[in-house]
Design a protein around this ligand. Sequence first.
Ligand SMILES: [Zn+2]
Length: 284
Amino acid sequence: MASIDLSYFARGDISSSFKKEVSEVLNDCYGRFAKKVPYKIEIYAFDTESNLASFLREEKFKLGLSFNTVDDASACTYEVLRGYPRLLLCQERLLKYSKQARAGAMRHEAAHTILHGALEYSIFQIPEDCRHTATIKGIENEKLEEVFFQLSLGVKDFEATRFLIQHDFINCQFHYAMEWIKPAEDDKTAWTIARTNRQTRFIYESALIRPILFADPLLSLPKTKKTPVETQLQLSVRMEQMIALLGEAEENKVLKVAGSIIEVLGEDTHSNIDAAFHQLMGLI
Ligand SMILES: [Zn+2]
Protein backbone atom coordinates (compact mmCIF):
# COMPACT_ATOMS: atom_id res chain seq x y z
CA MET A 1 0.00 0.00 0.00
CA ALA A 2 1.19 3.54 -0.69
CA SER A 3 2.00 5.69 2.33
CA ILE A 4 -1.54 5.98 3.44
CA ASP A 5 -2.47 7.05 6.91
CA LEU A 6 -5.54 5.03 7.84
CA SER A 7 -6.61 5.93 11.39
CA TYR A 8 -9.42 4.24 13.29
CA PHE A 9 -11.51 5.83 16.03
CA ALA A 10 -14.27 4.26 18.10
CA ARG A 11 -17.09 6.30 19.65
CA GLY A 12 -19.31 4.66 22.24
CA ASP A 13 -19.72 0.97 22.85
CA ILE A 14 -18.11 -0.77 19.86
CA SER A 15 -17.72 -4.54 20.09
CA SER A 16 -14.32 -6.03 19.42
CA SER A 17 -15.74 -8.31 16.72
CA PHE A 18 -17.18 -5.30 14.89
CA LYS A 19 -13.87 -3.48 15.20
CA LYS A 20 -12.07 -6.49 13.76
CA GLU A 21 -14.53 -6.86 10.89
CA VAL A 22 -14.26 -3.19 9.98
CA SER A 23 -10.48 -3.13 9.92
CA GLU A 24 -10.29 -6.37 7.94
CA VAL A 25 -12.69 -5.15 5.28
CA LEU A 26 -11.21 -1.68 4.99
CA ASN A 27 -7.50 -2.54 5.15
CA ASP A 28 -8.02 -5.05 2.37
CA CYS A 29 -10.16 -2.73 0.30
CA TYR A 30 -7.89 0.33 0.53
CA GLY A 31 -4.98 -1.97 -0.24
CA ARG A 32 -6.69 -3.04 -3.46
CA PHE A 33 -7.51 0.55 -4.40
CA ALA A 34 -3.72 1.00 -4.18
CA LYS A 35 -2.34 4.20 -5.56
CA LYS A 36 -5.63 6.02 -5.85
CA VAL A 37 -5.87 6.28 -2.07
CA PRO A 38 -5.64 9.81 -0.58
CA TYR A 39 -2.77 10.22 1.88
CA LYS A 40 -5.00 10.51 4.92
CA ILE A 41 -8.29 8.88 5.80
CA GLU A 42 -9.97 8.72 9.19
CA ILE A 43 -12.44 5.99 10.03
CA TYR A 44 -14.92 6.51 12.83
CA ALA A 45 -17.11 3.77 14.23
CA PHE A 46 -20.17 4.93 16.19
CA ASP A 47 -22.21 2.62 18.36
CA THR A 48 -25.63 4.19 17.75
CA GLU A 49 -27.46 6.23 15.14
CA SER A 50 -27.94 9.06 17.59
CA ASN A 51 -24.22 9.27 18.37
CA LEU A 52 -23.45 9.43 14.66
CA ALA A 53 -26.12 12.09 14.15
CA SER A 54 -24.87 14.26 17.00
CA PHE A 55 -21.29 13.97 15.77
CA LEU A 56 -22.38 15.24 12.35
CA ARG A 57 -24.39 18.06 13.92
CA GLU A 58 -21.45 19.15 16.06
CA GLU A 59 -19.02 19.03 13.16
CA LYS A 60 -21.25 21.15 10.97
CA PHE A 61 -21.80 23.58 13.84
CA LYS A 62 -18.06 23.86 14.56
CA LEU A 63 -17.37 24.61 10.94
CA GLY A 64 -20.33 26.97 10.63
CA LEU A 65 -22.04 24.88 7.98
CA SER A 66 -25.73 24.51 7.56
CA PHE A 67 -25.89 23.04 4.08
CA ASN A 68 -26.25 19.38 3.29
CA THR A 69 -22.89 17.76 2.79
CA VAL A 70 -23.53 14.23 3.88
CA ASP A 71 -26.17 11.67 3.39
CA ASP A 72 -27.16 11.24 7.04
CA ALA A 73 -29.59 8.40 6.49
CA SER A 74 -27.25 5.52 5.64
CA ALA A 75 -25.62 2.83 7.74
CA CYS A 76 -22.34 4.42 6.89
CA THR A 77 -21.42 7.62 5.23
CA TYR A 78 -18.42 9.81 4.58
CA GLU A 79 -17.66 13.48 4.78
CA VAL A 80 -14.89 15.81 3.75
CA LEU A 81 -15.63 18.81 5.93
CA ARG A 82 -12.02 19.05 7.08
CA GLY A 83 -10.50 18.72 3.65
CA TYR A 84 -9.65 15.02 3.92
CA PRO A 85 -12.10 12.12 3.85
CA ARG A 86 -13.60 10.69 7.00
CA LEU A 87 -15.56 7.49 6.81
CA LEU A 88 -18.34 7.25 9.40
CA LEU A 89 -19.76 3.86 10.29
CA CYS A 90 -22.77 3.14 12.45
CA GLN A 91 -22.55 -0.21 14.23
CA GLU A 92 -26.25 -0.23 15.11
CA ARG A 93 -27.36 0.26 11.51
CA LEU A 94 -24.70 -1.93 9.92
CA LEU A 95 -25.53 -4.91 12.12
CA LYS A 96 -29.00 -5.00 10.57
CA TYR A 97 -27.37 -6.06 7.30
CA SER A 98 -25.96 -9.47 6.39
CA LYS A 99 -22.18 -9.81 6.62
CA GLN A 100 -21.77 -9.58 2.83
CA ALA A 101 -23.98 -6.51 2.58
CA ARG A 102 -22.08 -4.90 5.47
CA ALA A 103 -18.83 -5.34 3.59
CA GLY A 104 -20.58 -3.96 0.51
CA ALA A 105 -21.77 -0.90 2.41
CA MET A 106 -18.33 -0.18 3.87
CA ARG A 107 -16.62 -0.61 0.50
CA HIS A 108 -19.19 1.64 -1.10
CA GLU A 109 -18.28 4.46 1.28
CA ALA A 110 -14.58 3.68 0.90
CA ALA A 111 -15.00 4.11 -2.86
CA HIS A 112 -16.57 7.52 -2.20
CA THR A 113 -13.57 8.54 -0.10
CA ILE A 114 -11.33 7.75 -3.06
CA LEU A 115 -13.47 9.26 -5.80
CA HIS A 116 -15.10 12.12 -3.89
CA GLY A 117 -12.73 12.59 -0.97
CA ALA A 118 -12.18 16.34 -1.34
CA LEU A 119 -14.36 19.28 -0.41
CA GLU A 120 -14.89 20.22 -4.06
CA TYR A 121 -17.05 17.11 -4.42
CA SER A 122 -19.51 18.43 -1.87
CA ILE A 123 -20.06 21.74 -3.57
CA PHE A 124 -22.17 21.81 -6.69
CA GLN A 125 -24.28 24.49 -8.28
CA ILE A 126 -27.59 24.09 -9.99
CA PRO A 127 -27.08 25.06 -13.65
CA GLU A 128 -28.77 28.44 -14.22
CA ASP A 129 -30.78 27.30 -17.24
CA CYS A 130 -32.19 24.40 -15.19
CA ARG A 131 -33.12 26.75 -12.39
CA HIS A 132 -34.89 28.92 -14.94
CA THR A 133 -36.79 25.99 -16.47
CA ALA A 134 -37.82 24.76 -13.03
CA THR A 135 -39.05 28.18 -11.93
CA ILE A 136 -41.18 28.55 -15.02
CA LYS A 137 -42.71 25.15 -14.35
CA GLY A 138 -43.56 26.11 -10.78
CA ILE A 139 -40.91 24.21 -8.83
CA GLU A 140 -39.94 26.08 -5.66
CA ASN A 141 -36.27 26.87 -5.25
CA GLU A 142 -35.91 25.03 -1.97
CA LYS A 143 -37.42 21.86 -3.45
CA LEU A 144 -35.18 22.13 -6.48
CA GLU A 145 -32.11 22.34 -4.20
CA GLU A 146 -33.18 19.16 -2.42
CA VAL A 147 -33.78 17.31 -5.70
CA PHE A 148 -30.40 18.52 -6.97
CA PHE A 149 -28.67 17.30 -3.81
CA GLN A 150 -30.32 13.89 -4.11
CA LEU A 151 -29.34 13.64 -7.76
CA SER A 152 -25.73 14.50 -6.92
CA LEU A 153 -25.76 11.60 -4.45
CA GLY A 154 -27.17 9.33 -7.14
CA VAL A 155 -24.50 10.28 -9.65
CA LYS A 156 -21.77 9.73 -7.04
CA ASP A 157 -23.33 6.36 -6.18
CA PHE A 158 -23.20 5.35 -9.84
CA GLU A 159 -19.51 6.30 -9.93
CA ALA A 160 -18.82 4.37 -6.72
CA THR A 161 -20.52 1.18 -7.94
CA ARG A 162 -18.71 1.41 -11.28
CA PHE A 163 -15.37 1.90 -9.47
CA LEU A 164 -15.99 -1.08 -7.17
CA ILE A 165 -16.87 -3.33 -10.10
CA GLN A 166 -13.63 -2.27 -11.77
CA HIS A 167 -11.87 -3.47 -8.61
CA ASP A 168 -13.71 -6.76 -8.63
CA PHE A 169 -15.99 -6.02 -5.68
CA ILE A 170 -19.11 -7.38 -7.30
CA ASN A 171 -20.94 -9.86 -5.07
CA CYS A 172 -20.91 -7.61 -2.02
CA GLN A 173 -22.39 -4.80 -4.10
CA PHE A 174 -25.29 -7.01 -5.19
CA HIS A 175 -25.92 -7.99 -1.57
CA TYR A 176 -25.80 -4.40 -0.43
CA ALA A 177 -28.12 -3.28 -3.25
CA MET A 178 -30.65 -6.03 -2.47
CA GLU A 179 -30.74 -4.97 1.17
CA TRP A 180 -31.11 -1.23 0.81
CA ILE A 181 -33.13 -0.97 -2.39
CA LYS A 182 -36.53 -2.04 -1.18
CA PRO A 183 -39.92 -0.64 -1.95
CA ALA A 184 -41.38 0.77 1.26
CA GLU A 185 -44.85 -0.26 2.36
CA ASP A 186 -46.20 3.26 2.16
CA ASP A 187 -44.76 3.94 -1.32
CA LYS A 188 -48.16 3.44 -2.91
CA THR A 189 -49.88 5.94 -0.64
CA ALA A 190 -47.04 8.41 -1.07
CA TRP A 191 -47.31 8.13 -4.84
CA THR A 192 -51.11 8.50 -4.80
CA ILE A 193 -50.64 11.80 -3.00
CA ALA A 194 -47.60 12.93 -5.00
CA ARG A 195 -48.97 12.26 -8.47
CA THR A 196 -51.70 14.90 -8.27
CA ASN A 197 -49.31 17.83 -8.23
CA ARG A 198 -46.47 18.65 -10.62
CA GLN A 199 -43.96 19.59 -7.94
CA THR A 200 -44.57 16.62 -5.65
CA ARG A 201 -44.61 14.29 -8.65
CA PHE A 202 -41.23 15.68 -9.73
CA ILE A 203 -39.80 15.15 -6.23
CA TYR A 204 -41.15 11.61 -5.99
CA GLU A 205 -39.91 10.55 -9.41
CA SER A 206 -36.51 12.19 -8.90
CA ALA A 207 -36.03 10.16 -5.73
CA LEU A 208 -36.29 6.97 -7.79
CA ILE A 209 -33.32 8.00 -9.90
CA ARG A 210 -30.82 7.41 -7.08
CA PRO A 211 -31.37 3.66 -6.66
CA ILE A 212 -31.53 3.31 -10.44
CA LEU A 213 -28.14 5.00 -10.76
CA PHE A 214 -26.67 2.98 -7.90
CA ALA A 215 -27.80 -0.29 -9.45
CA ASP A 216 -27.19 0.39 -13.13
CA PRO A 217 -23.53 -0.72 -13.29
CA LEU A 218 -24.58 -3.99 -11.60
CA LEU A 219 -27.53 -4.57 -13.89
CA SER A 220 -25.42 -3.78 -16.95
CA LEU A 221 -22.80 -6.40 -16.12
CA PRO A 222 -22.44 -8.95 -18.89
CA LYS A 223 -23.28 -12.52 -17.98
CA THR A 224 -19.79 -13.75 -17.21
CA LYS A 225 -18.54 -16.05 -14.47
CA LYS A 226 -18.11 -13.14 -12.09
CA THR A 227 -21.71 -12.00 -12.37
CA PRO A 228 -24.15 -13.62 -9.94
CA VAL A 229 -26.79 -13.97 -12.62
CA GLU A 230 -29.61 -15.00 -10.29
CA THR A 231 -29.10 -12.06 -7.96
CA GLN A 232 -28.84 -9.80 -10.96
CA LEU A 233 -32.26 -10.96 -12.08
CA GLN A 234 -33.70 -10.47 -8.57
CA LEU A 235 -32.31 -6.96 -8.45
CA SER A 236 -33.81 -6.05 -11.79
CA VAL A 237 -37.20 -7.42 -10.67
CA ARG A 238 -36.86 -5.37 -7.48
CA MET A 239 -36.21 -2.21 -9.50
CA GLU A 240 -39.17 -2.90 -11.76
CA GLN A 241 -41.48 -3.33 -8.77
CA MET A 242 -40.38 0.00 -7.39
CA ILE A 243 -41.12 1.85 -10.58
CA ALA A 244 -44.18 -0.12 -11.72
CA LEU A 245 -46.46 1.51 -9.18
CA LEU A 246 -46.16 4.75 -11.13
CA GLY A 247 -48.35 3.35 -13.89
CA GLU A 248 -47.20 2.80 -17.43
CA ALA A 249 -46.93 6.35 -18.73
CA GLU A 250 -44.97 7.72 -15.76
CA GLU A 251 -42.89 4.56 -15.53
CA ASN A 252 -41.80 4.98 -19.14
CA LYS A 253 -40.98 8.61 -18.56
CA VAL A 254 -38.79 7.79 -15.52
CA LEU A 255 -36.99 4.99 -17.37
CA LYS A 256 -36.39 7.22 -20.35
CA VAL A 257 -34.94 10.03 -18.22
CA ALA A 258 -32.84 7.56 -16.18
CA GLY A 259 -31.52 6.07 -19.41
CA SER A 260 -30.62 9.48 -20.78
CA ILE A 261 -28.80 10.34 -17.53
CA ILE A 262 -26.78 7.12 -17.66
CA GLU A 263 -25.90 7.86 -21.26
CA VAL A 264 -24.28 11.20 -20.43
CA LEU A 265 -22.20 9.94 -17.49
CA GLY A 266 -18.46 10.02 -18.12
CA GLU A 267 -15.44 10.23 -15.84
CA ASP A 268 -15.69 13.71 -14.35
CA THR A 269 -18.05 14.04 -11.36
CA HIS A 270 -18.76 17.73 -11.86
CA SER A 271 -19.66 17.44 -15.52
CA ASN A 272 -21.61 14.28 -14.73
CA ILE A 273 -23.81 16.04 -12.19
CA ASP A 274 -24.30 18.98 -14.49
CA ALA A 275 -25.25 16.82 -17.46
CA ALA A 276 -27.44 14.53 -15.36
CA PHE A 277 -29.40 17.44 -13.93
CA HIS A 278 -30.10 18.78 -17.40
CA GLN A 279 -31.56 15.38 -18.28
CA LEU A 280 -33.53 15.27 -15.02
CA MET A 281 -35.47 18.34 -16.13
CA GLY A 282 -37.26 15.94 -18.46
CA LEU A 283 -39.18 14.68 -15.40
CA ILE A 284 -40.93 17.98 -14.68
ZN1 LIG B 1 -23.13 6.46 -1.79
